[in-house]
Write a protein that binds this ligand. Structure first.
Ligand code: ADP
Ligand code: MG
Length: 250
């Protein structure tokens, strides 16, 4: 068993004639936060989509621990312990915040998914307790009975974080978790991410906001035009001339 929870080897991804990912190699150590930065269109979201099984690579392989993810369906990869927040929040607008957070925990249970089964589960004490704890964690507990669809964009994103955390994933992938948030919401989210970092959950985070990346990441990979052009600690990456040229603009 290696120290690496995620191992991406020699991955290419083409969209027609466009090479969106070229010879990507990325290894992420257990319990660390690994950031992927790079300009718009660099291929960051494509890489995450390959990891979670939404896109099949044209070449290469993705491992979670010793398990091969390549070729598996997104729901299978999720069941193996990979959770992800998307650039656009994916929540259930017609359910309350509390019910939203309960859904991933319920989905792990066996049973026929009819309405009365769901209702009986929504009143299960242990799942309720855990869901309330998660909402407290992300600062949304006072809104637990509100409909998710009625919340602000920043609140929806924090709700989605809580939904992922309630799965207790081995690997948590975040695609620009503070995009579109006010400075205040961004700071709250960074605080939350720092707290879950302290719990040792492995995370891969895509981020534009340098402030977020440098305060959270153990290591950073820099993607430009589909290729990784630099990798290292925040300090190493900050001082890399290639990175300054490609990303920081000078
Ligand atoms: P980033 O997340 O770094 O901004 P993306 O991974 O979204 O970049 O996109 C990388 C490149 O691949 C871009 O040129 C984008 O236009 C292209 N691309 C992304 N998804 C698709 C798709 N489904 N079909 C065709 N081209 C795509
Ligand atoms: Mg993107």
């Amino acid at each position: 068993m290696s120290d690496y929870i995620l191992d991406v080897t020699d991955v290419d991804k083409n969209f027609g004639g466009l090479r969106a990912l070229s010879d990507i190699n990325l290894r992420v150590k257990k319990g660390t936060v690994h950031a992927i930065i790079g300009p718009n269109g660099a291929g960051k979201s494509t890489l995450l989509n390959v990891i979670v099984g939404r896109l099949a690579p044209n070449r290469g392989r993705v491992l979670l621990g010793d398990e091969v993810l390549t070729g598996k369906q997104p729901y299978e990869i999720n069941q193996l312990g990979v959770a992800r927040v998307f650039q656009t929040p994916e929540i259930f607008p017609e359910l309350s915040l509390l019910q939203n957070v309960m859904v991933p925990a319920l989905a792990k249970r066996d049973g026929e998914f009819n309405l009365s089964f769901l209702k009986s589960l929504f009143s299960e004490r242990d799942i309720l307790d855990q869901a309330e704890h998660m909402l407290e964690d992300v600062g949304l507990i006072e809104h637990k009975d509100h409909l998710a669809g009625s919340m602000s964009r920043g609140d929806k994103r924090r709700l989605e974080l809580a939904m992922c955390l309630s799965q207790q994933p081995k690997l948590f992938l975040l695609d620009e978790p503070t995009a579109g948030m006010s400075r205040h919401d961004t700071n709250r989210t960074i605080d939350l991410l720092k707290r879950i970092k302290a719990r040792g959950m492995t995370k891969v985070i895509i981020e534009h906001d340098m402030h977020v990346v440098f305060s959270l990441a153990d290591r950073i990979s820099v993607l430009a035009q589909g290729a990784i052009i630099a990798e290292g600690t925040p300090e190493e990456v900050r001082n890399d001339p290639k990175v300054k040229e490609a990303y920081l603009g000078g």
